[in-house]
Each structure stands twice: as C-alpha cells, then as structure tokens.
Design a protein around this ligand. Structure first.
Ligand code: IVH
Length: 673
C-alpha cells in the first residue's frame, strides 16, 4: 500500500516534470510514447487504489458533472484593462508622460510582450495547488470556470518546485492556436456543427462550456503575463524578472517577451514582432509595454480602469468581414485562370482591399463562395489578400453560384484542366491578350530586364492598341509612338525609350528569367546560365542535357525544352537578338559561385553568430552589394536582435526581411554541386 502511494507520487512528479519541459520550456525530455506510458501506469495504479486518487493528479484534468451555470468570483485585485495606442506618436507621448511623472531624464526600461488575442483569466494557487480559475468578466466579477481551465494541458494543476508563495494568483490569456482553430472548425463542419468565426470567439466559446468534457476536446492554450493577489512571497523588483519567476514555477510565458528602453526601443520591438506576426502560430492584436520596475509602476499608479505604467500598441486587423460583389477569372502569364473575388472595399492588414484571391477552382468550390456572400478576408504581412471563408449564416437568398468558364474570358480560347491539377488553363498562349500582358509585365520587371517606366498601365495600353505583340516589339518602339499613349508626356516617352535601350545590355540569367518559362525562377535561370554559358547551346540541348544542371529535374527540363521547341518563341528570341539584346557570355570555368549577384543588402541589429563586417564581406564575395539605408532598391534586410528603424523602413517598403539562418541558406542556395 505504502509502496503504491510512493509509486503514484513518483509517477505524478515525473509527469509534472515532463509537462514543464514540454509546455513551459518547449524542450521535451522524453518521446511522447514514454510520456503516454507513464500516464497509463498512473491510471492503472489509481484504478487499483482508488483511495490514492487526488484532484491534482494529471488523470483528473477532466472532472465534475456539467454545471447548470457558472458561479461568481469576486477578484480580490481587480483585473484591469489597457489603454490602446496605434501610432508611433502615441508611444512617444506615453514614454514622455512616464518620464515626466517619474521626474527623470533617464530612458525607461519596459517589459515588452505580445498581446495575445484571447480572453483574460486568473488562476488561484494555494500552497502550489490550483484551487480556482475564473474569467475576467467586468474586471471585478468574473465567472468560476475552474473545471474548464483544469482541462488545459498548459495549466499546471500543481506548481513546480517548492519556493512558490502560499497564495498566488497568476493571470494570463487563454487562446486557440491558428492550427487548433482550423482543425476544430474542420471537425465541426464534418459533423454538421456550428463553426466559429475566429480563434478568439472559439477560445471564449470553448472556455464557457458548461460541460468540462467539451472544453477538454478544444485546443485551448494559455500564456501567463502577470499576477494578481500574492501572499507570503518576496517578489522580484522587475516585471521581466516576475515573468521569469512565473516560468520557473511552471507557468508558461510567451518566448517573445523582451526588455526594451525608451520609445525607440518600443517601436523597434513593435516592428520586429509585426514582421513575425504572419508566421506566429497564434493571433496577436498588438504588443503590450509595461514599465519594468515594479517600484516605478507603484509610483505611477492607475487612472480609471487602466494602469498608467502600461499600454497596448495595436496592429491593424488582419481579418475583416465584407461582401463579395462578384467572382471573376484572372488569366496569368502561363494562362492559369485564378478566381478572384471583387469585394466591397474594406480596410484590413493596414490597406484597403477590394480584390481577394480564391487561388483555384478547387478552393472556390471548397469554400463555396457566391456573389452576394459575406466573407472573411485576410491579409497578413505582404501576402496577397485571400478569402478565408464565407459567413454562411449571413448568406442572402439571392446569392449567385460562380460558373466555371469553358472558354478564356479574355481571348475566348478553350480552357483546359490538366489531369490531377487544380489549375484551369487558357490554351490561347500568346494569342491571348491577358497572357501577353502578363508575360510583358514579367519581362520588364525589376528582376528581369528591369525596364524603368514600363509599368502595368503602359503595357496594357501597348497590348490593347496592338502596338506590341511580344517582347521583341518593345525594342522597335519610338518616342513618338509612346507619346501617343494616355498619361504619357513627351519627356516620359523619351525616358522610356532610353530605358528600353539600356535594357538591351543584360545578363544571361536575367534574360532567361525574363522569358517567363514555366517553372523557371531566378535561381533556376542562374543555374542554367552557368551551366550553358550562352543561349545557343541551351536552345539546342535535349532534356537529358538540361537535367545535368544542378537542381533541375524532369519537369523543369521538359518546360525549358518545350519553350525552346516552340516556333513562336524562337521567332521572338530571334527578334530580340536582332534588335540588339545581348549579354556577356558566362564562362563556364569562371562560374565562380556568385549566388547573390545583383542583390542589394542592408544590415541591422546584432546577428546571432556573424559580425556585421563578416556578413558584409560574405555578401560582397558572393557578388552582392551592401548599402547603408533601406530604399525601394533594397532586396533584403538582414536583421538581427534589437534592429533599428531600418526594420520599420523595410516593413513599409515591403523589403524582404531575413534572419541569419535564412541568409545562410540564401548564400549557399545555388552552389553548383
Ligand atoms: S496586462 C494591468 N499583458 O489585453 C494590465 N494583458 O486590453 C492588465 N492581454 O484584459 C493586462 N496579452 O486580456 C496584459 N501580455 C499581456 C496581454 C494582455 C493580452 C489582454 C488581456 C487584457 C487585455 C487588455
């Protein structure tokens, strides 16, 4: 008997330790199977000795009968809310106010944390045991949701170690990860149950279930960010230390927290988290800054229901609801037809969106988007806005189903669907004005022939007026002809002719990329150029020879072969060469590996292993350029810890931001094997 009790205790302690390693430290010590074995053993022992079952046993997370309603909890320390800020100015004012109140010129240290988009809860631990959990409610009165909170694997039933306070109220945010949310909605849909509009509502709805067995099936998680009532404990002097302390007691804290100084430090944190926001596994609606010194916090105090020492700095919403006016089909460079929803304009992710992609015909069918539907539109980071889903409850009676076209909406050629693919394709090739326009836009692009001033609007007019049918025609345009176009003065016409002229001196990789051969991106174009040295040998090469190029497989090789096999394409190539488009021959043996050739980098912040000087020298050796400020011409911002205003600039200009890890992939990405 005593032996069984000991074994039960040992198993519980070891399970608690594994939970801590897994959930709090994110560093599991044993494989899942081993963990499951321990839980199974504990369950078996408890079944044999029911008298040993205790409420803090990991087997007892789901317990208690469904309630008819939740009890009320009065918070001993009120649960406050936060003031919101949106603009950098608001943050500068916030920081200034604090320095004025504290009568100091010194820069203030702030604890910076992501603002999880879920719901606030408070958990009461007495002598290390979880005794009660409640929602925030109105800040004074909350609901007793203990049985539900116990079911969250990230809520410890017992604190770790033995140096915790006699009474500890830990506060945090319950939320649902994006993956968990998608999975839950998928399952709900399959069972014909109600789906939730967003992860936040799903988290709130799941936590407020009267039956804890239902909550237990929902993928809820928690991050802790502070404390309420604490008795019999010496707390550290800084909020950041308090967070570390909570972590040591087994309470999970976000790994994205840091300490920054002054308004500048706060804005850099905002930008850094903002850049990562699209890749985070959960939704955040902002970041929170808190004066780090608890002494200073006390001195600053509260106004109404919010502390003076903290503020929430919000990001623009990434998801909004709007109405679909119509669904149209857009024809791309290779003829692929993409369904695009035309929307009532809506402000989302920091811009006004009036078109959102539905990707392909299968997605359109799966999401069942109809004209007239209310839809959720998402724009995260720089990605193209997309329709996430229809709000089916709001579907009007007259919603119109979308017809899949049998012929190309632009040129009337037959539309085909390739077996096993979701893509519908217009078979018109360069007969199709849409494909022609898109190929020309690609050809003129900055990474291709880089023809300054040859924008989308000009290309559209050139194709519509039949002045240009293919890329070669560009090189016979005169300033007089161009000046006849809409919104084109004589001066810009002349500038454009000059730019076209300049683009004649190109490089083989750029030229190959500019051709827009399906599946041939920049890195493939470079590898092919390095392998063949010039265009003629490539034009006459067979698939086997093309497959000798590093990283070129049968699909890409076939696409290249097919492109050069086509008489129409060969005619365009001849035309381009005749009109003087040229490149220096790539000497095969000189193919010293220059993977970053033509790329411009800016560096900011502290990199984990490289010094700035080493990174810069590596970039130069690989053929790249390093400049000191971020402009539209910058290709990459290589950002480390504590990045400065360059990160904000990069975000604003849509410059790609990469970490040292990503950089190291880039610099070797195109190594010849
Ligand atoms: S601190 C006295 N920290 O935001 C300060 N709140 O708008 C009280 N939230 O009710 C809150 N992440 O639900 C704090 N790191 C964080 C937070 C956070 C999310 C939520 C919380 C609170 C609301 C206030």
């Amino acid at each position: 008997m005593a032996a069984a009790a000991e074994r039960v205790n040992a198993l519980r302690a070891s399970i608690a330790q594994h939970d801590y390693r897994y959930y709090v430290l994110d560093d599991p010590e044993v494989p899942d199977a081993e963990y499951d074995r321990l839980v199974k053993q504990l369950k078996a022992l408890e079944a044999e000795h029911p008298e040993l079952v205790s409420p803090d046993s990991p087997t007892q997370r789901v317990s208690g009968a469904p309630a008819s309603e939740f009890g009320e909890v009065v918070h001993r320390v009120p649960m406050l809310s936060l003031d919101n800020a949106f603009e950098p100015d608001d943050i500068e004012r916030f920081d200034r106010r604090i320095r004025e109140r504290l009568e100091t010129e010194d820069s203030i240290a702030y604890s910076c944390e992501p603002k999880l988009d879920g719901l606030a809860v408070t958990l009461l631990y007495e002598n290390g045991q979880l005794v009660r959990g409640a929602t925030r409610g109105d800040g004074i009165h909350g609901e007793d949701v203990t049985a539900n909170l116990r079911t969250l694997p990230t809520v410890p039933l017992r604190l770790v170690g033995d140096r915790f306070p006699a009474v500890l109220e830990a506060r945090g945010e319950v939320f649902m990860s994006l993956d968990g949310f998608a999975r839950m909605n998928r399952e709900a849909l399959e069972k014909g149950e109600k789906v939730f509009v967003n992860p936040r509502n799903a988290a709130a709805g799941s936590l407020r279930q009267l039956d804890p067995r239902i909550t237990a099936t929902r993928p809820l998680e928690i991050f802790f960010y502070g404390v309420g009532f604490v008795e019999d404990a010496e707390l550290p002097g800084r909020h950041s230390e308090l967070l570390a302390q909570l972590r040591d007691w087994g309470l999970r804290v976000s790994a994205e927290t840091t300490v920054a100084r002054g308004a500048e430090g706060l804005l850099a944190y905002y930008a850094a988290i903002g850049a990562r926001r699209p890749t985070l596994k959960y939704q955040i609606d902002g970041v929170v800054y808190k004066v780090d010194s608890l002494l200073q916090q006390r001195e600053l105090g509260f106004v109404a229901r919010a502390p003076r020492w903290a503020i929430a700095h919000k990001y623009p919403a990434q998801e909004e609801m709007t109405t679909v006016r119509d669904v149209e089909w857009q024809v791309g460079r290779t003829g692929a037809l993409t369904p695009v929803a035309r929307l009532d304009p809506v402000f989302v992710g920091g811009v006004t969106v009036s078109n959102a992609t539905l990707h392909n015909v299968d997605e359109l069918r799966r999401k069942d988007v109809r004209a007239g539907d209310s839809v959720i539109v998402r724009r995260a980071g720089d990605v193209i806005p997309e329709v996430v889903r229809v709000v089916i409850e709001r579907r009007p009676a007259g919603a119109v189903d979308v017809q899949v076209p049998g012929v190309c909406p632009v040129c009337g050629s037959e539309v085909r669907r390739i077996e096993g693919e979701s893509v519908l394709r217009c078979t018109g090739g360069l007969v199709c004005a849409a494909q022609r326009k898109e190929s020309l836009k690609h050809f003129a692009g900055r990474r291709a022939m880089d023809i300054d001033g040859l924008g989308d609007k000009v290309i559209e007019q050139l194709v519509d007026t039949k002045m240009v049918k293919n890329a070669a025609d560009l090189y016979s345009l005169s300033a007089e002809q161009l000046a006849g176009l809409e919104r084109m003065g004589e001066k810009s016409a002349r500038n454009l002719v000059d730019a076209i002229e300049r683009s004649k001196t190109s490089t083989l990789p750029r030229f190959l990329y500019a051709l827009g051969i399906p599946n041939v991106g920049e890195s493939t174009a470079l590898a092919v150029a390095e392998s063949f040295g010039d265009l003629e040998p490539l034009q006459s090469a067979d698939v086997e020879r093309i497959m000798e190029v590093p990283d070129v497989g049968p699909v890409v090789a076939a696409a290249i072969r097919e492109f050069f096999g086509e008489a129409r394409n060969r005619a365009v190539l001849d035309g381009l060469r005749r009109r003087g488009v040229s490149w220096p021959i790539v000497e095969a043996e000189r193919s010293t590996h220059q993977p970053l050739s033509g790329r411009t980098f800016v560096l900011t912040g502290t990199l984990p292993s490289l010094s700035r000087a080493d990174a810069a020298s590596a970039i130069r050796k690989a053929g790249g350029r390093v400049t000191s400020s971020v402009t539209k011409k910058t290709d990459y911002l290589l950002a480390g810890d504590d990045p400065g205003s360059k990160l904000t600039a990069a975000n604003e200009l849509g410059v790609r931001i990469i970490t040292e890890a990503e950089f190291s992939v880039l610099i070797v990405a195109r190594s010849p094997s």
